[in-house]
Design a protein around this ligand. Structure first.
Ligand SMILES: [Zn+2]
Ligand SMILES: [Zn+2]
Length: 315
């Protein structure tokens, strides 16, 4: 475990002209994720992570289908007045909670399920879930989407959740990709996505020319990234007692950033150590780090959109 004691030095970065918002590029956002899932699935199946390797492979097939779906989607972005109104109230531009979804998103869900059913390599349980979703009534699917977006865990069907969430991702990435960074302003609550109001899945320190060394939170739903100064808890904004944890012998491109104040953690990826890191994929493939942090008494600040884990029953 390494403790970083000099947030002030890093804070000085903030005075430079930082690109604060990075909207997703729908031309390749899911293709990149699929590539990374495939790569991680390959390394897991050679090691002792066979089960997670199979799951990553399933999500690779879903991500490929997401890329095909987002390329063909056409949903118009909110009007200039709606955008102005959201900005005036410092609200997310296309708030995941409460936005009236175009029914076409359920068609996307059907396409993702078909892709899984077509590939024939997955266990019967997975295929049954996809077939069941294919036959579900619109009302049931909409209720699942609402439960997921508002985190009503008691109502969430955990087996179906990754597929429903994947379809919602396609819809929101499409919406988010129609904005330019200047449309988006940071919210009063810096820990939620300024485009859709969803919690981040993880954070990433970028290595590309314009954003080198800056840390961004990555939205679990719409893949927008927004800047947050390093060595700051992305949950409660504390800057003291921030610690970094990694798996011995594991990749040095991923660590968990924990907070001694709120006892939560999120993972942080370092693009300079590995240019192919991708927040959703790398978070999903690093369950060993979650076990380590759980044993150390920390809880995840928010879940992975592709793996719904019902919280333990209260005692
Ligand atoms: Zn978002
Ligand atoms: Zn905290």
């Amino acid at each position: 475990m390494q403790r970083v004691l000099d947030p002030a030095r890093i804070e000085a970065f903030a005075h430079r002209d930082i690109p604060r918002i990075r909207v997703p590029d729908r031309a390749d956002v899911f293709a990149k994720r699929a590539r990374r899932l495939r790569q991680l699935a390959g390394s897991e199946s050679r090691g002792h992570g066979r089960a997670i390797g199979d799951y990553l492979r399933l999500m690779d097939v879903v991500a490929e289908a997401q890329q095909a779906a987002v390329t063909n989607l056409a949903v118009s972005r909110p009007s200039a007045e709606e955008i102005a109104q959201a900005r005036a109230h410092r609200m997310p531009l296309v708030h995941a909670v409460g936005l009236r979804r175009d029914p076409c998103w359920r068609g996307i869900l059907g396409q993702l399920c078909d892709a899984v059913l077509r590939s024939r390599e997955f266990p019967a349980g997975v295929r049954d879930t996809c077939a069941r979703l294919r036959d579900s009534r619109a009302q049931e699917i909409e209720a699942q989407a609402d439960a997921l977006l508002t985190l009503q865990s008691a109502e969430i069907d955990a087996a179906a959740a990754p597929f429903v969430m994947s379809a919602l991702q396609v819809y929101w990435v499409h919406l988010a990709s129609q904005f330019v960074a200047a449309d988006v302003s940071q919210l009063e609550v810096p820990g939620v996505c300024p485009v859709c109001g969803t919690l981040p899945v993880a954070s990433i320190v970028r290595a590309d020319k314009d954003s080198q060394g800056y840390r961004y939170l990555h939205c679990a739903l719409c893949a927008t990234e927004w800047h947050m100064v390093r060595v700051t808890c992305s949950q409660c904004l504390a800057t003291q007692d921030i610690a970094y944890h990694s798996i011995e012998g594991g990749s040095d491109a991923i660590r968990a950033e924990s907070c001694g104040s709120c006892r939560s953690y999120r993972k942080i990826l370092y693009q300079e150590k590995d240019t192919s890191v991708e927040p959703v994929a790398d978070d999903l493939a690093s369950l060993a780090l979650d076990l380590l942090l759980g044993e150390a008494g920390y809880h995840r600040a928010s879940g992975n959109p592709l793996l719904w884990q019902n919280p333990p029953e209260p005692v």
